[in-house]
Design a protein around this ligand. Structure first.
Ligand SMILES: Cc1ncc(COP(=O)(O)O)c(C=O)c1O
Length: 429
């Protein structure tokens, strides 16, 4: 078989998968080791046809896939790899650019800058911010905090008790201490508890992982400005919502950030991995990361994006984001974000109206936190049973010491029918 035939079969496989994904159990129904036991212990001596690889994907691997592309994936933050994004990944792998210098792939470097600028316009961010792509928000936050350490010479990072664990991990890696600030009744960082005398940075979150709460960024920006601390805003999930003007209330103060992360692979319909990092102070990122050994020295008088983050080799990640922005346009992005918010609002209403159930936190975007009257063990049992049923997949958090269920809408294929099915399964469980 030729590359062309195998390629056609692979695209056919992908198209069929996307048509059928709603029929698969959302959470993989396997036990640890099940997949390993079905795989040969050693690699083949002689090459096999690609068709055999496709066959084994179906027969061996598919049962061990938790289907993030399922319309009833409601756990963590639900994501979508859209069709334009999937196809652009194929092109990026075909080109296999390694854009560590501008000259090693001028188009990759320049498209990345243009695409980040387009996205900044779509999200209503200030003009002139420097943007580049990292793999994940974890890496973007490492980059931002390294720049903050460089800029301030200080060693403390301050964030709310609800900040994502990637902040702790970045601090651990960079040798910084983390100081957690308690949150108020709506799960927002309490500004009056901020003490920034020795702070390199504050990480403010817009859309926290557990509840999608929004820290008071304007007041945090004031505190950072008077203390000379760096303000990094983690809007990994909720930042994509700013494509809709009615959700831009949550952007207040973000224009004063020194750096901002938004994950296009979370809620901007772009396949993993594509984390967008903007900075108002790119020179500080460069100071933290730029190293030019002899073998990378060139006469090109242009920036290399590897000077702004930890990795040297850089994939052509902007291609998939560019494809999504072009094929969906502002209107398509807005329609998808609005539909997710509408479905979450609908679900929230059902929970609120049903005796014996309770909404546990204000809903700002497309995440609903709720629980059934009863003990933590009862609620844990519900999550366990619905997830085991394969009908849907959701996750949990703990708020005020109580076990709370989370339903996150974000997959572009999710319909009202899917949310209804989830609600029916939950009530039955
Ligand atoms: C608010 C927030 N920040 C950061 C992250 C980490 O993202 P990543 O997996 O891209 O490192 C998450 C993950 O869900 C998140 O919810």
């Amino acid at each position: 078989m030729s590359f062309r035939d195998d390629g056609a079969a692979a695209v056919e496989w992908a198209a069929r998968y996307l048509e059928q994904v709603g029929e698969y159990p959302v959470l993989a129904q396997v036990r640890p080791g099940d997949i390993t036991s079905r795989l040969p212990a050693s690699p083949p001596e002689r090459g096999e046809p690609f068709a055999d690889v496709l066959r084994d994907v179906d027969e061996i691997l598919l049962p061990g896939i938790t289907h993030w592309q399922s319309p009833r994936f409601f756990a963590y933050f639900a994501v979508s790899a859209s069709e334009p994004g999937i196809l652009a990944e194929l092109l990026a792998a075909t080109l296999n650019s390694v854009a560590f210098l501008w000259r090693t792939s001028p188009a990759s470097t320049e498209l990345e800058t243009v695409t980040l600028d387009w996205t900044a316009q779509l999200l209503g961010l200030p003009d002139g911010w420097h943007g580049h792509i990292e793999d994940t928000a974890s890496t973007s936050t490492i980059a931002a905090l390294a720049a903050a350490r460089e800029a301030t010479g200080r060693n403390v990072v301050v964030c709310s008790e609800h900040a994502h664990s990637s902040v702790d991990k970045a601090a651990k890696l960079l040798g910084l201490d983390v100081r957690k600030v308690p949150a108020d009744a709506e799960f927002r960082l309490r500004v009056e508890e901020l003490d920034l005398t020795d702070a390199a940075a504050v990480v403010a979150t817009v859309g926290t992982t557990s509840i999608a709460s929004v820290d008071p960024v304007p007041a945090i920006a004031d505190a950072c400005a008077s203390a000379g601390a760096w303000l990094h805003v983690d809007a990994a999930y909720a930042g994509s919502a700013w494509v809709c003007p009615e959700l831009r209330w949550s952007q207040a103060g973000v224009d004063r950030a020194d750096s901002l992360v938004v994950n296009a692979h979370k809620w901007l319909f772009t396949p993993m991995d594509c984390s967008l990092l903007w900075s108002r102070r790119p020179e500080d990122l460069r100071r933290a990361f730029s190293l030019v050994p002899e073998y990378l020295r060139t006469s090109d008088e242009v920036d290399s994006l590897s000077d702004y983050g930890p990795a040297l080799g850089r994939r052509f990640r902007s291609l998939k984001l560019w494809a999504v922005l072009r094929c969906y346009g502002r209107e398509g992005l807005q329609a998808r974000i609005r539909e997710a918010v509408r479905l979450a609002e609908l679900f929230e209403g059902w929970v609120r109206d049903e005796p014996g159930w309770e909404v546990c936190a204000p809903r700002h975007f497309s995440l609903v936190c709720f629980r059934r009257d009863g003990s933590d063990a009862d609620n844990e049992g519900i999550v366990e049973r619905v997830n085991r049923s394969g009908e849907l997949f959701l996750s949990h958090t703990r708020l005020g010491g109580r076990y709370v269920l989370r339903l996150a809408v974000g997959n572009e294929r999710t319909t009202e029918e899917d949310v209804l099915r989830a609600w029916a399964a939950l009530r039955q469980a």
